[in-house]
Design a protein around this ligand. Structure first.
Ligand SMILES: O=C(O)CCC(=O)C(=O)O
Length: 239
């Protein structure tokens, strides 16, 4: 997440003060054999089929439905200059699970599906290899195809970056300063500290004193108030 070449490119896109968002994912696409196993376990456990259900679970291991990443964050983050860095760790092509993007769809603003067919028809398939990075606007419409291999697991990271000080959409989890030209001492370089920040944040949430706000129902004004309250309560996340 602090790779210098990655941050150099991000700097050109969003400026020299770069926050790594606490919203990030590792996307694995399970192969047919793994999905068959997962499906049989799901059946036994009375859960939905993980390979096709357009749920959080399906999103992560099977075909990823059309979406904009912005919807994962509270509404006060929808105006933030958020860039997604999607990084394949294994080959990501139509056989193994490829990213599909609708060029210029970020101009539509934040929307949730279903999306019209004529929009989806404009999608481009990206063939990406380890070493590549795909940079996306936070409101770019995208999806990913399923993994059609018998055995290979396809892995990709979805990291998000935005200017320091802008709302990241999950104020109750720890982001960190990945690069700061004006105050380099604020950069977080110690992964153990970051682990400590996550541990504290999760323990705090588990105490349940403050409910986790719902991204779909929390208004922008309320989200901004929640974000402000958290940044006053935790002025320096590293501490
Ligand atoms: O890597 C994938 O399979 C899906 C990526 C994606 O759509 C996301 O992380 O938002």
């Amino acid at each position: 997440m602090r790779n210098a070449a990655l941050l150099d490119t991000l700097e050109a896109l969003i400026g020299p003060e770069i926050q790594a968002s606490p919203i990030y994912h590792f996307n694995l696409k399970l192969a047919a054999r793994h999905l068959a196993l997962a499906e049989s376990i799901a059946k036994t456990a009375g859960r939905r089929n993980p390979s096709i259900a357009a749920t959080h679970y399906g999103f992560e291991v099977g075909q990823t439905p059309w979406h904009m990443d912005a919807i994962a964050g509270l509404r006060d983050s929808h105006q933030s200059k958020i860039v997604i860095a999607w990084i394949p760790l294994t080959p990501a092509d139509p056989e193994r699970g490829a990213l599909r993007l609708v060029p210029r769809s970020h101009r539509l603003g934040v929307r949730s599906g279903p999306f019209p067919d004529d929009l989806i028809e404009q999608a481009k398939t990206i063939e990406a290899m380890p070493g590549d990075v795909v940079f996306m606007h936070n409101t770019l419409l995208h999806s990913a195809s399923e993994n059609r291999t018998a055995e290979e697991v396809r892995w990709a990271c979805n990291f998000r970056y935005l200017p320091v000080g802008e709302a990241n959409g999950r104020p109750y989890l720890p982001g960190f300063v990945a690069r700061s030209r004006s105050a380099p001492e604020t950069e977080l370089t110690n992964p153990q500290v970051w682990l400590g920040m996550w541990t504290c944040a999760l323990e705090n949430l588990m105490q349940g004193e403050l409910p986790v706000p719902n991204v779909a129902t929390t208004t922008r004004a309320r989200a901004a108030a929640i974000t402000r309250r958290w940044s006053e309560a935790v002025p320096d996340e590293r501490a």
